[in-house]
Every structure is written in C-alpha cells, then in structure tokens.
Design a protein around this ligand. Structure first.
Ligand SMILES: C[S@@+](CC[C@H](N)C(=O)[O-])C[C@H]1O[C@@H](n2cnc3c(N)ncnc32)[C@H](O)[C@@H]1O
Length: 197
C-alpha cells in the first residue's frame, strides 16, 4: 500500500525547516498535532537531530502515518500517538514545543479553542508553539487563491475555514502565549511563533 502523501508538504517542508532550525535551536522535544502523512515529521526529525519529534494524529490516520515513520526508522522520530483534541486523551508528559501545520482551518473554532485550553498540560513552562498555515488579517484574504481555498473548505464543512490571525492571537493570549513572530511563508502561508509564560 502506498504511503500517505501530500504534495503541499513536499513543497513547504524546506521553508518550514529553515525557520525551525532557528526557532528550535534550544528545543529538545516536540509534540506535533495533526501530523497527517508524516512527511513533516520525517523531514524535521531527519534534519533536527538534536531533538525528539513526537507525531500524533486522530485514530483513522494513524496506520498510514506509522507506516511512514517505521520506514523512516529515525532514532529521534517516535511512533505516532493517537491524539484527537476533542477526545482529550492527552499525552501524560510535557514537551518543549508544539508544532502544528494546516490544522487551524480544518478544526472547528471550538476545537481550536479546546486545543489552546489543552496546551498547558503538554507544554513545558516557557515552551514554544509554532503554527503553520494560511491565515487572514482582520477577515481579509492574503491572496485570491486563499479565498478560493476558504470557499472550498466551507463547501466541505461549514465549521472549516481560514482563521483570522488576530482571533488566534487573542485566544493564544488568553492562554498565556505571546506571539513573537509572524513569518511570511511561500504560497501565501504564515508561520506563527508563540512563547508561553
Ligand atoms: C490538512 S491536514 C494537515 C496535515 C499535516 N499537518 C500537513 O500539514 O500536511 C489536517 C490535519 O488535522 C487533523 N485534525 C483535525 N481535527 C483534529 C482534532 N480534533 N485533533 C487532532 N487533529 C485533528 C486531521 O486529522 C489532519 O491530519
């Protein structure tokens, strides 16, 4: 059976890695939420050898993800654990950082709120949070392609959609996170870097 694959991941994994090389220089453990195909997890673990990468996914995507992880056979890439933000079975340990890509527009807004409310249980004090994906500014799309993408998301499910950066930042602030950086990334995406504490 072919491994799960995302062309978008192939396109964005190097630009994201370039940022993570700076942001995760003092980070030794990372929990990834919504690892999808595992291409990010594999690429980042392979290139950030000083840290341990813990992928996670909802139950229905775990087997394909874990096939990729087993095939990669990297000492710092753990088998993916089941993690559905709505089911609250969080890992019992804390991590230095949380990374999540392309999940905010897939999760409903109440799920995004739940995710932020859960972070203090899995993130060490002073930990970092990196969120990659498309965002709007005050309801304005950053490109025509993002507008089309948003329409297609809402066609799939009314609860999906590109979020406003300001709304995510306000939510993050309520949970003790400061947005340190908002990087422009290729293909009209952003990488948001938060610090807790
Ligand atoms: C568009 S995919 C992105 C996958 C991968 N991170 C990437 O960038 O290609 C969105 C991911 O969010 C995950 N997701 C959606 N709702 C979730 C939830 N409630 N808890 C955890 N993950 C969730 C999905 O299972 C899916 O893998």
């Amino acid at each position: 059976m072919p491994l799960p694959y995302s062309q978008a991941c192939e396109n964005n994994k190097d630009p994201i890695l370039e940022r993570l090389q700076e942001l995760f220089v003092d980070t030794y453990s990372v929990l990834e939420i919504g690892s999808g195909s595992g291409q990010h997890a594999e690429h980042f673990a392979e290139n950030l050898t000083h840290l341990n990468w813990q992928p996670s996914e909802r139950a229905e995507h775990l087997s394909g993800l874990n096939r990729r992880i087993a095939q990669a056979s990297l000492p710092n890439l753990a088998p993916a654990i089941e993690l559905d933000i709505n089911r609250q079975h969080l890992p019992r340990q804390t991590y230095d950082a949380i990374f999540t890509a392309n999940t905010m527009h897939i999760m409903s807004w109440p799920t995004v709120e739940r995710m932020f409310a859960s972070l203090d249980k899995v993130l060490a004090e002073g930990g970092r949070l990196c969120i990659y994906g498309p965002f709007n500014y005050a309801g304005v799309y950053t490109s025509a392609s993002n507008e089309l993408f948003d329409q297609s998301l809402k066609g799939r499910h009314a609860s999906m959609g590109i979020r406003d950066i300001e709304q995510v930042q306000r939510l993050a602030q309520r949970h003790g996170f400061n947005c340190l950086q908002d990087f422009q990334m290729p293909a009209n995406n952003r990488l948001l870097h938060f610090y807790s504490g």
